[in-house]
Design a protein around this ligand. Sequence first.
Ligand SMILES: NC(=O)c1ccc[n+]([C@@H]2O[C@H](COP(=O)([O-])OP(=O)(O)OC[C@H]3O[C@@H](n4cnc5c(N)ncnc54)[C@H](OP(=O)(O)O)[C@@H]3O)[C@@H](O)[C@H]2O)c1
Length: 283
Amino acid sequence: MLWRLFHSGRNIERYVHDDAWALVTGASDGIGKAIVHELLGRGFNVLIHGRNEQKLERVKEELAAQHPDRKIALVVCDASQVSYGMIEDVVRQVGDRYITCLVNNLGATERRIIPFAKQQWADVEDTTNIGIRFVAQLTRALLPKLIAHQPAVLLNLGSSSQLVHAPFVSVYAATKGFLLTLSQCVDMEMRADGHDVEVLYLDVGEVNTTAHDVHGTFVVVSSASMGKAIVDTVGCGGVFVTPHWHHECINHILCCLPQRLVDRLVTNSMLPRRMDVVDRKTE
Ligand SMILES: NC(=O)c1ccc[n+]([C@@H]2O[C@H](COP(=O)([O-])OP(=O)(O)OC[C@H]3O[C@@H](n4cnc5c(N)ncnc54)[C@H](OP(=O)(O)O)[C@@H]3O)[C@@H](O)[C@H]2O)c1
């Protein structure tokens, strides 16, 4: 919390040098699109990634109208179908652009809120392909570019479901545990080898998006305010950081409560969203 008192929110500008580009995954909607808007506003050219080329073209037009001085390009691939060839193709689409910022925004999105015992093969495959294999292989492929173009920054979007251990989205929450450990280890490697590459794991709480259509409380923030909070957080000094102050307040309150009580509160908040129970009621 204290870092907010001494933080200008403009440290991202350190990574805007030469003809700097950022790549944002899952950028055609939600938090990813809001991050792109912020990065364009701070001077980056941006590669926007998604699986639907037509939707990406529409987003590109919309953002280009708001940021006429910036360059925007597309990276198209379905992250649920990870293969060696697919990652090589993404690297080819990035080309020789001067990448100084990689934002691993995309996480598993088609969340089926059901107990682990009821998950199907495809549920686990999609969630782990997007949340583990794609993010790890993409980062492996592009990290040498960030190192070559340092100072550079790697932003990994986590989730409060990792912090509070949300039930009924167990595999999704676990992918964020993987991402946190990956972020911490890569940060240590960067510092051990003297590379000026900042690594952040962003602990994101509830955000109103197309996929997560909930509104209007202190707990749920807008995509736009989350996009700004994430970009402002760069340079805060730690790897694990909660970008939005609303969510940080909630974390502090939860920290003061006994673990069993936190588990009960989290479970109770997830119960009404269980899809297997809703399905049974509508049968
Ligand atoms: N929203 C929340 O409350 C919340 C809470 C905690 C953490 N987070 C994290 O924040 C990040 C962004 O979440 P969000 O809610 O903004 O997501 P979102 O609104 O569902 O947007 C996801 C983006 O990813 C794209 N996408 C989905 N599946 C894809 C695939 N297989 N291949 C390529 N692109 C794909 C979507 O494209 P289409 O337009 O084609 O669908 C869209 O651009 C995720 O890492 C999530 O885990 C979100």
